[in-house]
Ligand binder design. Structure first.
Ligand code: AMP
Length: 280
C-alpha cells in the first residue's frame, strides 16, 4: 500500500494507471475507520483494478459550531486496517493542499440538499460536493463507492455526477450495523455507555415504521408519529428530524404506497446520529 499525500503525485499515479488501461475505484472517507468503511473498501476491491482510499476530514462540510476539531482521528490505526485490505493507495492530503489560501470555488447541488440534514446543516452538502468533485479530479476514478448510511449524500453525489457530466459510476453499499442494530459511525466513539444504549432508539424507531407499513399502514403522518413516539420514549434522545420522503428526489411523501425513505436524525447527549430505512 502506497501513501500519497500530494495531489500532484496522486494525479500522476492515476494518470499512469489509466495509461495502462487499469480501472480505478475510489472510497472517500474522513478516517477513524470501522467495518462500514471497510465494507466499501471490499466492494471497491471486488470491482477489480486499483483501489484508492482517501482519508480527509473535510473542514468545509462542518458548520462553525460543529465537531470538526473534535472529530475522531487515528491515522496509525486506519493505516493498519487498510493494509489488511490490500488496497493500492491511501490518499491523505493536507488541508492546505486541498484548500490552499485564496480558495473560493464551491459546488452547490440545489433542491436535493434542502430537506433532511440540509435543513439543519446549512453548507454541509456544499462542502461534501466540493470535496468529492476535487477528489474525483485528482484521483480520476472510474468508480466511487459510498454508503447508504448517508443516503442523502449518495443522492447528492449521484445528482452532481449526472449534472456535471462526470464519467464515474457511483456505487452505493448497505449500512453496516453493530450486532444490536446501531449503524456504525465514527461518531459512535463520542457515546458514553449509557448513551450507547440510548442510541438504539434510532433503529427501533425505523423498524417500527417498517412494521407499520408491513401491516398495511400507508399514511406518512401516522408512520412519522410512531417514529417520533419511539424516540420520545428515550430520555437521553432528542429528535432533530424524522421525515418520510420520496427515495429519489427526497421530497415529502404524504402516502407510502410505492417505495419511501424514512430519514431520521437524533441527538443523543452531544452526539448527532443519523440513520434511515428504505420502505419498499
Ligand atoms: P465518513 O468517513 O463518515 O465520511 O464516511 C465515509 C463513507 O463511509 C461514506 O460513504 C459513508 O456513507 C460510509 N459509511 C459510514 N458509515 C457506514 C456504515 N455504517 N455502513 C456503510 N457505509 C458507511
Amino acid at each position: 500500500m502506497r501513501l500519497i499525500e500530494k495531489p500532484e503525485e496522486m494525479r500522476a499515479w492515476s494518470t499512469a494507471e489509466r495509461l495502462e488501461n487499469r480501472r480505478i475505484a475510489l472510497v472517500p472517507t474522513m478516517g477513524f475507520l470501522h467495518e462500514g468503511h471497510l465494507s466499501l473498501v471490499r466492494e471497491a476491491r471486488r470491482k477489480g483494478g486499483r483501489t484508492v482510499v482517501s482519508i480527509f476530514a473535510n473542514p468545509k462540510q462542518f458548520g462553525p459550531t460543529e465537531d470538526f476539531s473534535s472529530y475522531p482521528r487515528d491515522f496509525d490505526r486506519d493505516w493498519g486496517l487498510l493494509q489488511k485490505e490490500n488496497i493500492d493507495v491511501l490518499y491523505h492530503p493536507s488541508e492546505s493542499d486541498v484548500y490552499p489560501s485564496g480558495y473560493q470555488t464551491y459546488v452547490t447541488v440545489e433542491e436535493l440538499t434542502r430537506p433532511l440534514c440540509g435543513t439543519y446543516r446549512p453548507g454541509h452538502f456544499r462542502g461534501v460536493a466540493t470535496v468529492v468533485v476535487k477528489l474525483f479530479n485528482v484521483v480520476q476514478p472510474h468508480v466511487a463507492v459510498f454508503g447508504l448510511k448517508d443516503y442523502q449524500q449518495v443522492q447528492v453525489i449521484r445528482r452532481m455526477v449526472a449534472d456535471l457530466n462526470l464519467d464515474i459510476d457511483i456505487v452505493a453499499c448497505p449500512t453496516v450495523r453493530e450486532e444490536d442494530g446501531l449503524a456504525m459511525s465514527s461518531r459512535n466513539a463520542y457515546l458514553s455507555a449509557e448513551e450507547r444504549q440510548a442510541a438504539l432508539c434510532l433503529r427501533r424507531a425505523l423498524l417500527t415504521a417498517q412494521e407499520l407499513v408491513r401491516r398495511g399502514e400507508n399514511s406518512a403522518e401516522r408512520i412519522r408519529e410512531a417514529v417520533v413516539r419511539e424516540i420520545s420514549r428515550e430520555p437521553l434522545a432528542r429528535l432533530e428530524y424524522a421525515e418520510i420522503c420520496d427515495p429519489d428526489d427526497l421530497s415529502p411523501a404524504p402516502k407510502v404506497d410505492g417505495a419511501a425513505l424514512v430519514g431520521l436524525c437524533v441527538w443523543v447527549g452531544k452526539t448527532r446520529l443519523i440513520d434511515n430505512i428504505l420502505l419498499v
